[in-house]
Design a protein around this ligand. Structure first.
Ligand SMILES: O=c1[nH]c(=O)c2[nH]c(=O)[nH]c2[nH]1
Length: 290
């Protein structure tokens, strides 16, 4: 005898670009929005009765309509607006999850209408709303950083398969994928999402640069700790750091020395260092990370 387990449905990766025109100085917000709803969905699964189902096509349309009606400020506000709309307007929907990614553009010269896609990281957020409470996790991915020194890796466990030489000086590089949980994302909390984003980003970069690293794990903890120190409203930080290995190339066959100057930037495999840093008194996460 089978029963229906947890389920949700929505429109994934709606691409929406919102242009705001102030005279000749235009602004753009370039987003990828994914909505996911859950609630009284037993009948649609068991009997095909669609009466509780707000179509994913409607969810996509709502993203575009809200971009026009409400504009797009901080992505967290846009995600919360959508999540609250779906739950508060549809009796059968009890929970909404809205994920937004923001792709950065920069001005192309002095022109108000011309933009160049930035090589910066992608800003991310996920908002949840259940009709009463809200949860928000913000973050970024693909923030690529590299230190040319101040990184060692030695004293590690060894067995019969260990060939890695110990090193007292190596290149340390990673593409930061991080998310931070806001302790309070309730309706009344007055949040400056953009300011927290800039503070968290600056904290991550500073900690990566000024931590003398004995392992990427140690750097990860330093980065998470720094975000908590600089962002009072953040209670938990989750980091995923691929170790983008840079191997010193043996140039001896060519009669050349290589004193930390020429590296082979390996693509894969890569070490993947992941961890969470949180305040001792962090409130329960609820569905925030789902
Ligand atoms: O910082 C590192 N942590 C590891 O766990 C590890 N493992 C490895 O092969 N190189 C590294 N570097």
């Amino acid at each position: 005898m089978a029963v229906l387990g947890p389920n949700r449905y929505g429109k994934a990766e709606t691409r929406v670009v919102r242009v705001t025109r102030h005279g000749d100085a235009h602004r753009i917000k370039d987003l990828t929005v994914s909505t996911s709803l859950s609630g009284d969905m037993t009948e649609v699964h068991l009997s095909g009765d669609n009466s509780a189902v707000l179509p994913t096509d409607t969810q996509k349309n709502t993203v575009f309509a809200f971009a026009k009606k409400h504009g797009v400020g901080a992505i967290e506000d846009f995600a919360l607006l959508l999540a609250r709309h779906f739950v508060d307007s549809q009796p059968a929907i009890h929970h909404a999850r809205v994920a937004v990614e923001e792709h950065a553009w920069e001005r192309n010269g002095a022109f108000g209408h011309s933009f160049v896609r930035s090589g910066r990281e992608v800003r991310t957020c996920v908002a949840h709303y259940d009709g009463t409470a809200s949860w928000v996790v913000s973050g970024l991915r693909d923030l690529v950083v590299l230190n040319t020194t101040n990184s060692e890796f030695w004293g590690f466990a060894k067995d019969e398969y260990t060939t890695l030489p110990e090193t007292r000086d190596r290149v340390l590089a990673t593409a930061v994928d991080v998310a931070w949980r806001h302790a309070d994302a309730s309706q009344d909390a007055t949040q400056d999402w953009d300011k927290t984003y800039e503070n968290a980003r600056a904290a991550l970069l500073a900690a990566f640069a000024d931590t003398y690293s004995l392992s990427l794990q140690q750097t990860l903890y330093a980065m998470g700790t720094r975000v908590l120190a600089e962002c009072p409203g953040v209670c938990e930080v989750r980091l995923s750091l691929p170790n983008k290995h840079h191997f010193l190339v043996d140039l001896a066959p060519f009669g050349l020395d290589n004193d930390g100057e020429v590296f082979f930037a390996a693509d894969r495999p890569y070490g993947l260092i992941e961890g969470t840093v949180l305040r001792e008194d962090a409130p329960a996460a609820g569905p925030a990370w789902e």
